[in-house]
Design a protein around this ligand. Structure first.
Ligand code: KIV
Ligand code: ZN
Length: 522
């Protein structure tokens, strides 16, 4: 392999999905995985199969249908975790099992409540068991940056002896600093026989805002795989952001001695939008690379400079990350064929009944908006994808809003069994009324935690995109909706969040299943 090539291991669907409130269903995970393949990531960590039947199903679907990247599944060192991971990835063209156990004394003593010797034994057995299934096995000593380095090196040596092909060094709690991480890895190479013969990987969390800087330090110290997530989502403050790592190596390639990734940078913006939409996690406006202001110049001096010569204030061209590349515009006279071609240009293969449905929604929107842009189409198709996958569906609604009496809403909702149920409620505001009317219709007593409205594009007739996070039975779930009518978009988002919440509650394994005894997820 090219020694300057840095592998991108995307963990959006595993560590990213562990962010509170994210509840992707199988179709949504598959859509994200297909887009990650278009982006050209090397490894997709598709899930943690032992945690739920839904996760297992999603990893299986990705392993069977997504071509290109290696498909990895996460497993603790327990035998049943590794069996579940293997079951999930076995049909992939290139399957990987990723097994982990903590090597820090804090974790060994307080969380695992065991000994260093036992951890060594578990690591040995787990890697050997995983290798009996697949050739590609990754091992992670969790919380490595807070662990005793000599001991961690010993555990890594055992993993390599048993056949691990990638050793991943996690900064699990985002504690390390770039210069410290460099020294750590240099010493790890000295202490671990065989480390130079496997791929060394880094997995950095962003608790101190250093995830990308630490990952970069890791690469400069010899790591050739970076674990990261789109938009930097993940546990707590998140993981290293994929787009930042990729664009750092791309933009400064002349200064990083040819280090490079295999990613198609022009797919970055679209991947970011898809992940943000499906997870319901907004991207902060000033976020590097993918924030909506990342290429916007507000001050007169900057605008003047950019108009004269773009490079005065821009180190990257927006088109390199896929912004402003698509000039597709459709109108109300555009036909089914034009829509299909436009969707194809955007990377969506839509035909048959799905095309009919997309065309119906497109016509409704085109009647209200003069021009339907690529961004509108993307929002619409993603919205249709959610429709195909959820349990409850919004059939119709009536909302009476006035400044002289409390707002009242009535809704009709189709249940997963196919019946139409109705409910009504007089609320504090029209959105409150419709949300509670949906609760009344479905008999599900969910609590609203977050509600957000964004415009897909600029302009008065922009499509509204809403995101709802709600809580049910101690679990949170999100849903999104798109429409020219904000109340409709809000109701759609609520019904989807409710469906996701009901599914999540149903999937929570009662007391004696294997998932019940899972330690908190990594
Ligand atoms: O943060 C962490 O340590 C992890 C491991 C499973 C790699 O996510
Ligand atoms: Zn992690």
């Amino acid at each position: 392999m090219d020694s300057d090539r840095v592998l991108i291991f995307d963990t959006t669907l595993r560590d990213g999905e562990q962010s509170p409130g994210i509840s992707l269903n199988v179709a949504e995970k598959l859509e994200i995985a297909q887009q990650l393949a278009r982006l050209g990531v090397d490894v997709i960590e598709a899930g943690f199969p032992i945690t739920s039947p839904g996760d297992l199903e999603a990893v299986q679907a990705i392993a069977r249908q997504v071509e290109g990247p290696i498909v990895a599944a996460l497993a603790r060192t327990h035998q049943q975790d590794i069996d579940a991971a293997y079951n999930a990835v076995r049909d992939a063209a290139r399957p990987r099992i990723h097994t982990f156990i903590s090597t820090s004394d804090i974790h060994i003593r307080h969380q695992l409540q065991t000994t260093r010797e036992d951890v060594k034994g578990q690591a040995r057995a787990a890697v050997a068991h995983a290798r009996s299934y697949v050739e590609d096995v990754e091992f992670s000593p969790m919380d490595a940056t807070r662990a005793d380095l000599e001991y961690t090196a010993e555990v890594c040596r055992i993993a390599i002896e048993e056949g691990a092909t990638t050793i991943n060094i996690p900064d699990t709690v985002g504690y390390t600093m770039p210069h410290e991480f460099t020294t750590y890895l240099e010493r790890l190479y000295e202490l671990t026989p065989g480390l130079e013969d496997v791929v060394v990987s880094v997995h950095c969390h962003d608790d101190l805002g250093l995830a990308v800087a630490n990952s970069f330090a890791g690469v400069l110290a010899g790591a050739r795989q970076v674990e990261c997530a789109v938009n930097g989502i993940g546990e707590r403050a998140g993981n290293a952001s994929l787009e930042e790592i990729v664009m750092l190596l791309h933009t400064r390639r002349a200064d990083v001695e040819g280090l490079h990734t295999g990613c198609e940078t022009r797919e970055i913006a679209r991947t970011s939008r898809l992940v943000s939409r499906l997870t319901g996690y907004p991207v902060q406006p000033n976020k590097a690379i993918v924030g909506r202001n990342a290429f916007v110049h507000e001050s007169g001096i900057h605008q003047d400079g950019v108009l004269k010569e773009r490079t005065t204030y821009e180190i990257m061209d927006a088109t390199t990350v896929g912004l402003e590349v698509n000039s597709i515009v459709l109108g109300k006279h555009s036909g089914r064929h034009a829509l299909q071609q436009a969707l194809r240009d955007l990377g969506f293969e839509v035909s048959g009944q799905a095309l009919n449905q997309a065309f119906k929604r497109f016509k409704e929107i085109a009647d209200k908006k003069k021009q339907v842009s690529a961004m509108d189409l993307e929002a619409l198709v993603t919205d249709e994808l959610r429709e195909a996958a959820v349990g409850y569906e919004l059939e119709w609604f009536d909302v009476e809003a006035s400044s002289r009496r409390p707002p009242h809403a009535t809704v009709g909702v189709r249940t997963p069994a196919g019946d139409e149920v109705t409910g009504n409620f007089t609320g504090d505001g029209p959105i409150d009324a419709i949300f509670r009317a949906i609760n009344a219709a479905t008999g599900v007593d969910a609590r609203l935690r977050e509600f957000r409205v964004d415009a897909v594009t600029g302009g008065q007739d922009a499509l509204g995109e809403t995101s709802v996070v709600l809580e049910l039975g101690g679990l949170s779930a999100s849903g999104q909706g798109v429409s020219t009518d904000i109340i409709e978009a809000a109701a759609r988002a609520y019904v989807r969040a409710l469906s996701n919440a009901v599914r999540k509650v149903a999937e929570t394994v009662p007391s004696e299943g294997p998932a019940a005894e899972l330690e908190p997820t990594p």
